[in-house]
Write a protein that binds this ligand. Structure first.
Ligand code: XUL
Ligand code: MN
Length: 344
């Protein structure tokens, strides 16, 4: 049976266009409006940060967290949407200037853990078992400021504390090699999976691979996905694209390198991704030049590109490919794939 893929994105993917060099250029859509866009764009899953659900989370009581989360859950139910993941936003607080789980100050590490537990409470209330950890500030600007081996221990301590806090949640580590830090401690999926196996409950710790993050690490995203799939630890993806080694661009999926996108779809499809309920997640940014009323097209096009490439994956002739492989004619295979992608 062919997999029917389900797609997700996060509300931050519809944004106002601010960048480090200029302010917002479009009026914001409020959360209620954004939730209303999903189904029309072909999406049924919603990725959250904790404060996408409960704004100003640090200033709220537990009862306030739960009450706001109930309201959002009712909205999701009304629209037939599933919460795919919730991620603690550990990179905006004044208490995470020096990192979150790896901050040198014990009080700041304690804040990070406490905030993560609140995220788990929210996830539970909204009916979601998947906690994403993008370890944004777990790294350094200069190497001498922290112990790299000590940092790994701190991250593991935090993961174990969260596993102990809730017996049901799963932790998905989203690696990224840099930005905002100069150099991050958990840059690739191999690092993330190493942490998973070292954790107190390896069956509940896995990974989420973002195409652009792998490319920024100088790696091939489809191979990174294959690595995680072999370990049965690819629990989500953030498909997008990236034009070379620069800031994290989050460009529309396939918009830079269609062949690279084809191979990501191929590896996911060939390894049965999605059959255990995994979503095809996107993490894409709309161009700053786009008018407000046209600022969701990047989501529509990224999903369509996935489906178009899926058709290419399903229709390329495996026997032809196999014959090229058997005669070790990889030039022939290369050109066959190119012509197939070009519809020849
Ligand atoms: C950062 C990034 C985040 C995570 C969720 O580069 O990709 O949006 O996906 O925290
Ligand atoms: Mn991401």
């Amino acid at each position: 049976m062919a997999t029917e893929y389900r797609f997700s994105f996060g509300p931050w993917n519809i944004h106002e266009g601010a960048d480090p060099f200029g302010p917002s250029v479009r009026e914001a859509f409020d959360f209620d409006e954004k939730v209303g866009f999903y189904r029309g764009l072909g999406f049924v899953g919603i990725q959250f940060h904790d404060d996408d659900i409960v704004p100003d989370i640090d200033d709220k009581t537990h009862a306030q967290l739960m009450s706001r989360t109930k309201t959002v859950k009712a909205q999701l139910d009304n629209h037939g949407l599933t919460p795919e993941v919730v991620a603690p936003r550990l990179w905006e607080s004044p208490q995470t200037l020096d990192g979150a789980y790896t901050a040198n100050a014990a009080t700041e590490r304690a804040y990070a853990l406490e905030r993560s537990k609140r995220c788990v409470d929210i996830a539970n209330e909204i009916g979601c078992k998947n906690i994403v950890l993008w370890l944004a500030r777990e790294g350094t600007y200069i190497r001498e400021s922290k112990s790299s081996s000590g940092a790994v221990g701190y991250i593991l301590d935090a993961i174990n504390a969260l596993l102990a806090y809730d017996a049901e949640i799963r932790i998905l580590i989203e690696p990224k090699p840099n930005e905002p830090m100069d150099i991050a401690y958990i840059p690739t999926i191999g690092h993330a999976i190493g942490l998973a196996y070292a954790s107190a409950d390896p069956g509940r710790v896995g990974g989420l691979i973002e195409s652009a993050h792998a490319i920024l690490a100088g790696l091939e995203p489809s191979d990174e996905m294959g690595y995680a799939l072999y370990h049965k630890k690819l629990w989500s993806v953030h498909l997008n694209d990236q034009n070379g080694l620069k800031f994290d661009q989050d460009k529309a999926f396939g918009s830079v390198n269609l062949r690279r996108a084809f191979n990501q779809v191929r590896v996911l499809e060939e390894n049965g991704y999605g059959r255990n309920g995994e979503f095809v997640g996107l993490d894409v940014k709309v161009m700053r030049t786009q008018p407000r009323e046209l600022s969701t097209k990047h989501l529509l096009s990224s999903r369509r590109t996935f489906l178009n490439l899926l058709e290419k994956v399903r229709t390329y002739d495996r026997e032809v490919a196999q014959a090229f492989i058997a005669s070790r004619d990889y030039e022939g295979l290369d050109f066959y794939i190119l012509e197939h992608l070009l519809g020849k």
